[in-house]
Design a binder for this molecule. Sequence first.
Ligand code: ZN
Length: 383
Amino acid sequence: MMQVELKKYRIEEITNGFSEDDNSSQVIAMGGKLDIRPKYQREYVYDDEKRDKVIDTVLRGLPLGVMYFVERDDGSLEVLDGQQRLISICRYADNQFGIKLPDNIVHQIKSEAVFNILHDGDKEKFNNYEINVYICKGTYKDKIDWFETINIAGEKLEQQEILNAVLHSKWLDDAKTYFSKRNCPAHRVYSRYMKGNYIRQDYLATAFAWAADNEDIEGKGRRGKIENYMQKHRKDQNAKELWSYFESVFSWVKKAFRNYDESMKGVEWGYLYNVHKDELLDPDLLAKEVKNLLEDSEVTNKHGIYEYLLTNKERVLNLRGFSIQDKTTQYSKQKGICTICGKHFELKDMEADHITPWHEGGRTTLDNCQMLCKKCNREKGGR
Ligand SMILES: [Zn+2]
């Protein structure tokens, strides 16, 4: 059961023991009990104006929005929402910047005023200012729900960021060094094959999803599988296994489809690798076929070419269909009679069909179009 508790913290309680580690970019406060910037949180991106606004609000004694902390298993806390406001407050209390004082503060220095120069009474007011915090306790499943609730209001975390937050481990940190750290190997070496934002964990999520599929891990949807994969491997010493799996995916890709084309970006290569890795492929023939398909104007989904060549599923190519004009023209030509069953239908009850199918060289042109009733078209397609 998830528990949520509303607590009030005085600023002084929070800023006590504030420290920032430039190397690890960790920020802690509350005498070491509060992790302001857990690993999954984004960099401090507040601009000065927003930063100053937070301090201005506090000095005026006006309310700040509620913040959210999560209680960890060991009783320590991490910030889920409020990171940027808290860092602004802590840095101000640490005299790292000054602001233009609001009218209610009587002081000779009006601008660039750091905390230290405030009169004792104003310092005290600042230190005693109360911040409202919701604290969430519960299992990691509860936390996922909680994160998703917060997401509606606060800054949006991606699904994978949420999973990383609640399932953090040494193994996961190691996986991130391969897949989501700035300038990580997955980005340096494979970004031309991968889609999404690696910093926001898209590559990591993709690698997890592929590896989960490779290990036949069950789960509800892609996300459920990723979650179960993370659960299974969470205690692993490091993520070398995942990385070497990922590398084998692409060494297979490069062997099978040796000429790079932009359409290769964003293909679900892992899923293809998992199924087809042991098949005997002819790279010369494949290269020729890829070239033809790339040039074929009937193929509207070029990303589907690779899957098509491995599976023969035409639907992944999203072949061109007949236009409304072609359909209407052909319908009147046939006077509404289905070419196969010879019965009459309304236009809305008929479908356009390629007389010679695409794989036999048929094009999407009026002279290759016939209107069939839905039933006949389905039966023809099923043959
Ligand atoms: Zn018919």
